[in-house]
Design a protein around this ligand. Structure first.
Ligand SMILES: Cc1cc2nc3c(=O)[nH]c(=O)nc-3n(C[C@H](O)[C@H](O)[C@H](O)COP(=O)(O)OP(=O)(O)OC[C@H]3O[C@@H](n4cnc5c(N)ncnc54)[C@H](O)[C@@H]3O)c2cc1C
Length: 407
């Protein structure tokens, strides 16, 4: 591999920053990653990585390792809180159509696999933790990152992969707080084997102003999320698990069992934020990636998948032309791809937040009528099929990835 004569500085060592570092290193481009946290880790339960995201992981050479623990998803169910299931999406079929599965994975696993893969390129790679980026300056010759401790680091390109409240974005687009969606997510992880949680199944259940999703992220490990409308900036006082059990009383089984099996101290609460699509993400030698560029609410499970796609396109473009042109070409492609997804996710979130009983009835009728026939088809076309451009030659998937029940 011929080393490319420039260095990319990356602010943020989350899924997006690490994937970008890996994609760039594969092309011989030097990277320096600055992560504010003192340890490289990503807390917060599980992620659904759709087939477009796993094709990106395959292209990055890390899918097999991720599949060592992450179960392949077979069916995604949508339904009401009462357990009236009106849409079963056979996502397991994506393996035949696209050569890669949709999976559920613990965030920490994805994070570990990506960081190990980046570290396998010791020459020309630096991952520095406890290194918060505070700002940057650029001129025609390069870019200088200012770290929180006052140190200045020079490079040729800067990528802000530092999340929805990142430090690079304000220097490009001005200070603008993210948009609060009106709902809050509580997430947790239960160690539980249950006959009603067959391996590789995802459930999204809709109630009045509240939702519950669950899926297995590893054999006997269930990730769940409870979503409810509320004011931002709140904190849980008292017994959070009891509060969630009360909220979901009477909901279909095994929701109560899942909550009972979750250690309350590990339940994470977060206000759900996003931003409307921006017209511009970068300037000169600086650009954004992942949530820093295009935060997408969890409603379509595409935020991390899009960060993975960003990483591939960024590396492709930086390998092709001069950095400034490459960044503009990258932004153009990725904005066209992600703007619609940001909007769709936001709208689905509003649908999920309905509280009026009449509107909820209409939602249920509408979902029953169009979800399986139309929505699944459109989502597959618009979200999944895009990634076929990165498909690598078909290779049999490891058998054990289909056995998620610990057998
Ligand atoms: C409840 C919920 C459920 C979700 N479910 C899914 C799902 O199922 N599927 C999916 O694809 N996506 C999902 N997402 C979205 C997904 O989590 C994000 O899109 C993804 O984590 C974005 O990765 P990122 O690397 O761009 O940003 P982040 O994960 O936010 O990482 C940013 C990193 O930058 C670091 N950082 C921040 N500021 C600085 C600074 N100043 N200097 C240096 N480092 C800094 C942070 O410490 C962090 O490590 C979900 C999101 C939520 C909230």
């Amino acid at each position: 591999m011929t080393a490319r004569p420039f260095t990319v500085l990356i602010s943020g060592g989350g899924i997006g920053g690490l994937a970008a570092a890996l994609a760039l290193r594969e092309r011989g481009i030097r990277v320096r990653v600055f992560e504010r946290a003192t340890e490289l880790r990503d807390g917060g339960a599980g992620l659904h990585i759709w087939t477009n995201g796993t094709i990106a992981l395959q292209r990055l050479g890390v899918l097999d390792e991720v599949l060592e623990t992450a179960p392949i998803q077979h069916i995604t169910h949508f339904g009401t809180w009462r357990g009236d299931l009106f849409g079963a999406w056979p996502v397991g079929d994506f393996v035949d159509r696209y050569g890669a599965p949709t999976i559920a994975v613990e965030r920490s696993v994805l994070h570990r696999v990506l960081s190990a893969a980046v570290s396998a390129y010791p020459a020309g790679t630096e991952i520095r933790t406890g290194a918060g980026v505070a700002g940057f300056e650029q001129d025609h010759a390069g870019v200088t990152v200012k770290l929180s401790d006052g140190e200045r680091v020079h490079g040729d390109v800067l990528i802000g992969a530092d999340g929805i409240n990142g430090a690079v974005r304000p220097g490009l687009l001005g200070e603008r707080p993210p948009r609060y969606t009106g709902y809050i997510a509580w997430r947790g992880k239960a160690v539980l084997r249950h006959e009603k949680i067959p391996p590789g199944t995802f459930y999204a259940l809709f109630g009045p102003g509240t939702r519950f999703t669950f899926y297995d992220v590893a054999p006997g490990v269930v990730h769940w999320m409870s979503v409810a409308n509320g004011a931002p900036g709140g904190r849980d006082t008292g017994d959070v698990r009891a509060m969630l059990l009360a909220r979901h009383r009477g909901w279909m089984p095994p929701i109560a069992d899942i909550l009972e099996a979750t250690p309350p101290e590990a339940i994470i609460r977060s206000d759900v934020l996003d931003r409307p699509p921006d017209r511009r993400w970068g300037s000169g030698r600086v650009s954004l990636l992942g949530d820093a560029a295009h935060p997408i609410t969890f409603n379509i499970g595409q935020g991390a998948c899009q960060a993975l796609e960003d990483a591939l396109v960024l590396a492709e473009e930086l390998d092709t032309t001069d950095p400034v042109n490459a960044l503009r070409r990258y932004e153009k492609q990725r904005r066209a791809r992600t703007a619609g997804l940001q909007q769709v996710a936001h709208r689905i979130g509003r649908l999920g937040a309905l509280e009026n009983p009449l509107l909820i009835r209409l939602r249920e009728l509408g979902m029953r009528a169009v979800w399986p026939r139309l929505v699944f088809r459109i989502a597959e076309r618009d979200q999944i099929a895009y990634a076929t451009r990165w498909r690598t030659p078909a290779k049999p998937l490891p058998d054990k990835s289909f056995q998620t029940d610990g057998a």
